[in-house]
Design a protein around this ligand. Structure first.
Ligand code: GH3
Ligand code: MG
Length: 338
C-alpha cells in the first residue's frame, strides 16, 4: 500500500515493513513529518514485492515477522538485480531484539543501520535523514559516472571514426596496424595490407561536383567494409580518396580473394563516371602486400610495398588489383636499429 505517488513527486519514499499495525502507524506519522512518502508491508514477502514495484529510497525493516522475517528478507533484497533506474535502497532494521547476535545478523544480512524498540524517535529521524541523503548522493554519483562513461565512449568513437564515411580513420588504422603487426610477429602468421585508390577521382569531382564526390566516397567505403568479414580485419579511410584494409592471419591467396571481392563490389555499385578514361562507372585500383612480420622489421616498408603494387595496378590499366610478392620485398626489410 502506497499513500502518495512516488514517481510524480520527487519526495523520497520510505518502505515500512512491520507486522504490528500500531508500529506501522507510528512510523508512518514520523516519516510523514519528515516530509517523506510512505509505503507499508506487513511481512518480508510483501516487502520484496513492493520493493521491486516501487524502488523505495529506504526500507525500515522489522526483524521478527510472520511469513518471512526481516533477516531473510534483507538477505533476499541484496540479491535483487539492480538496473540503471533501480538503485539498491539502504535497509535500516528496527527490532526489539537487542542481543549482540541479532545485531550481527542484521549487518550480515545487509542492513546498513540498526535501531531498537522502544524507538528513540529523535535518533531514528536523524538516521533516516542521513541514510536517505547518502543514498541520494550515491545515486547521483552513479548517474554521473554512467554519463561520464557514455561521454567517454562517444568521444572515443568520434576520435577513431572518419566523419564522412563512418569507417575507421587513419589514427585508428595506425593503432590497429601496429597492434596486429606485433601480434602476427609473435604468432609468426601472415599479415596482409590492401591499399585502395579511386580511379580518376579528380575527374569525378570536376564532372559531378565535390558533394557528389563525397557521396561517392561514402558508397565506396560501404562496399569496401562489406567486403571484409573477420572481426580482426579493419577497413579504414587512409587519405582523401584512398582506403586501407588490414587482414591479419591472411596469406597472399586470401588477400587476393578479398581484393577481387572489393573490385567486384565497387563495379556492382555502378556509380556513373562519364569522365573516367577506362570505364563508364567508378572503379578502384588496389595494391596488396603480404608478409609474416618480424619485430626487427620496419613496418613502413610494408606500406611502401603495398603502394608499389597499387601504382603497378594504376600503370597496368586501373580497375584491378596487383600483388607485391613477399619474396620481392621482404629481403629489403631493414632491421629497425640499423
Ligand atoms: P588516379 O586514377 O591516378 O588515382 O587519379 P585521381 O584523379 O583519382 O587522383 P588524384 O590524386 O589526381 O586526385 C584525387 C582527387 O580526390 C583529388 C581530390 O580533390 C579528391 N578528393 C580527396 N579527398 C576528397 C574528399 O573528401 N571528397 C571529395 N569529393 N574529393 C576528394
Ligand atoms: Mg585516385
Amino acid at each position: 500500500m502506497l499513500e502518495t505517488n512516488h514517481s510524480e513527486m520527487a519526495m523520497p519514499l520510505v518502505l515500512i515493513v512491520d507486522d504490528e499495525p500500531l508500529m506501522r502507524l507510528q512510523l508512518k506519522r514520523a516519516m510523514k513529518q519528515l516530509g517523506y512518502q510512505v509505503a507499508e508491508a506487513t511481512n518480508g514477502a510483501e516487502c520484496l514485492d513492493l520493493y521491486v514495484q516501487l524502488s523505495p529510497d529506504l526500507v525500515l525493516l522489522d526483524a521478527l515477522m510472520p511469513v518471512m522475517d526481516g533477516f531473510t528478507c534483507c538477505t533476499k533484497l541484496q540479491t535483487l538485480p539492480t538496473t540503471e533506474q533501480v538503485y539498491p535502497a539502504p535497509v535500516l532494521m528496527i527490532t526489539a531484539l537487542e542481543s549482540e547476535e541479532s545485531v550481527e545478523r542484521a549487518f550480515e544480512s545487509g542492513a546498513v543501520d540498526y535501531v531498537t524498540k522502544p524507538i528513540h524517535w529523535a535518533v531514528l529521524n536523524q538516521r533516516v535523514r542521513r541514510l536517505i541523503a547518502q543514498a541520494q548522493l550515491q545515486q547521483q554519483q552513479a548517474l554521473l559516472q554512467q554519463q561520464l562513461q557514455e561521454a567517454n565512449l562517444a568521444l572515443q568513437r568520434l576520435a577513431n571514426t572518419d566523419s564522412l564515411t563512418g569507417l575507421a580513420n587513419r589514427r585508428c588504422f595506425d593503432e590497429h596496424f601496429a597492434q596486429e603487426w606485433r601480434r602476427m610477429a609473435r604468432e609468426k602468421q601472415p599479415l596482409s595490407l590492401i591499399l585502395c585508390d579511386v580511379d580518376f577521382f579528380k575527374h569525378y569531382n570536376d564532372t559531378y561536383g565535390h558533394q557528389a564526390g563525397d557521396r561517392c566516397l561514402m558508397s565506396v567505403a560501404k562496399a569496401i567494409s562489406s567486403s571484409v568479414k573477420r572481426s580482426s580485419d579493419l577497413a579504414a579511410r587512409y587519405g582523401g580518396e584512398e582506403f586501407a584494409v588490414i587482414l591479419p592471419n591472411t596469406d597472399e591467396v586470401g588477400a587476393a580473394i578479398i581484393a577481387e571481392a572489393i573490385c567486384t563490389n565497387i563495379r556492382a555499385l555502378n556509380i556513373a563516371h562519364s569522365s573516367s578514361n577506362i570505364a563508364e562507372h567508378v572503379t578502384l585500383s588496389l595494391g596488396v602486400a603480404t608478409m609474416v612480420p618480424r619485430p626487427q622489421f620496419n613496418s613502413e616498408l610494408f606500406f611502401t610495398a603495398s603502394d608499389a603494387a597499387l601504382y603497378r595496378a594504376k600503370d597496368e590499366g586501373r580497375d584491378r588489383y596487383c600483388v607485391q610478392s613477399s619474396a620481392s620485398f621482404s629481403s629489403f626489410m631493414e632491421p629497425l636499429n640499423s
